[in-house]
Design a protein around this ligand. Structure first.
Ligand code: ZN
Length: 433
């Protein structure tokens, strides 16, 4: 090797080390946010004229009228209501429904990968600073999460499930077409304990933060019913046990009563949808502290937009079937004290409209305070991230949003988020200040 090669390499190394040292030595940014009214995510009364002190990406102090130390940059939101960044526990941020057959036959995962960063930015700018992404093709969610974490792409904090795990012929499989029609790509289909364990190991190896399982049939697929169970109890147990071995929680897509109960008995962290839950299922969720994630806005959207989405009639019928008793069943779970988290199935409807579900949830008899709690404190608890997001408190990430009015009086205020800060950095500011 010629000696000359080594000199620039050594020099480069020295420069890199120096640059890193300079970066480490740079003092963290100090920011003080003045909040006219602060809803901190707890059940406490709103704090008037609050001051939030931020060092780097974390909150260091919060309180009414705190003195702002010298050298702090001030963000004045004294005419606004400030809340913790919102959390959506059920997104599909890498894709968005257009026309059913167009999406299926003319778009590929490459199109999804190209568009994903656009949806990520829209979601963040809508005030959702954290999402739990419960299903994406080809590990696009892992790549997106990593690009966001590197700072290459603007988007929310993400926990990702990678490929949803489902049975042959189930909600996760493509059914209703010629047996000769096949799509290439990574498969989330697994049958039996061994295949399930293997698939989960591959997903963890490829970067999954949690596991998503299809415990029952669903609406937007052509298999027989909307709610039939699609894994045996033994298979559901394998999903949860294998995930737990790797320190991962499980989110279960489940509409029908039997599938909900199998998932609950297996020990999943959350039941997604859950619209056909029965008395016994309610009891199991309550007893085991399992979250229910009722995505009410998507149902409204699917029925309103069915024509434009070009959905097969079968799917529309399934959606109608589901809605018959859904509100009553969810209400029963709420009355029993089942824990609720906010999740919308974003991607079925256009990304960035996530906050529209707050108003929809009022139909379940919930108050604005309760639905805000679902998307902050409760969501953070479901994610296992209570130590970093979901409240405005010392030690948490400085993820903040602001709206003009009072969301406790009119929860649709959250559809008009004017200001978004993630990790101490302002990502949107449309204030009239
Ligand atoms: Zn979903």
């Amino acid at each position: 090797m010629p000696r000359a090669f080594w000199i620039p390499a050594a020099l480069a190394l020295t420069l890199t080390t120096a640059a890193l040292a300079a970066e480490a030595a740079a003092p963290p940014r100090h920011v003080a946010v003045r909040a006219g009214r602060l809803l901190d995510g707890s059940d406490a009364k709103p704090i008037r004229d609050a001051v939030i002190l931020i060092e780097g990406d974390r909150i260091t102090a919060v309180g009414p009228g705190l003195a702002i130390p010298a050298g702090y940059e001030v963000v004045d939101l004294s005419r606004s209501t400030v809340l913790p960044g919102l959390i959506d526990c059920h997104t599909h941020i890498t894709s968005q429904s257009g026309n059913y057959y167009e999406d299926l036959f003319r778009r590929s995962p490459i199109d999804e990968a190209v568009m994903a960063h656009v949806y990520a930015r829209r979601t963040l700018e809508a005030g959702f600073t954290t999402v739990r992404n419960v299903g994406a093709r080809e590990f696009i969610d892992v790549a997106l999460r990593d690009a966001i974490n590197r700072g290459d792409v603007v988007g929310p904090r993400m926990l990702v499930a990678t490929l949803a795990v489902g049975s042959t012929g189930g909600h996760n499989d493509l059914t209703g077409f010629s047996p000769y029609l096949r799509f290439e790509g990574f498969s989330g289909i697994a049958d039996g304990v061994d295949e399930i364990r293997k698939l989960i190991r591959v997903e963890v190896k490829r970067g999954a933060d949690l596991i998503k399982v299809m415990a029952t049939a669903g609406v937007l697929s052509e298999e027989g019913s909307v709610g039939a169970p699609q894994y045996s109890q033994e298979e559901m147990n394998a999903v949860v046990q294998e995930a737990a071995m790797w320190g991962k929680k499980v989110a279960a897509h489940a509409h029908g009563a039997e599938g909900i109960k199998r998932a609950a008995r297996a020990g999943v962290a959350s039941i997604e949808h859950g619209g056909m839950i029965d008395e016994e299922g309610v009891h199991l969720l309550k007893e085991r502290g399992i979250y229910l994630v009722p995505d009410i806005y998507t149902d409204e959207y699917i029925l309103a937009e069915a024509d434009h989405l070009g959905l097969p009639q079968k799917m529309i019928e399934k959606e109608k079937e589901l809605r018959k008793n859904q509100l009553v069943n969810w209400r029963r779970a709420i009355d029993a004290g089942v824990k609720l988290a906010f999740g919308t199935d974003a991607g079925v409807y256009p990304h960035g409209q996530n906050a529209k579900q707050f108003h929809s949830l009022l139909a379940l008899g919930l108050t604005p305070r309760q639905v805000i709690r679902m998307a902050t404190v409760n969501a953070a608890d479901l994610l296992g991230w209570s130590d970093r997001v979901g409240t405005v408190a010392p030690g948490r990430y400085a993820d903040l949003i602001a709206v003009d009015g009072d969301p406790l009086a009119d929860v649709t205020e959250l559809e008009r988020v004017r200001f978004v800060m993630k990790g101490g950095a302002v990502v949107k500011d449309q204030g009239k200040r």
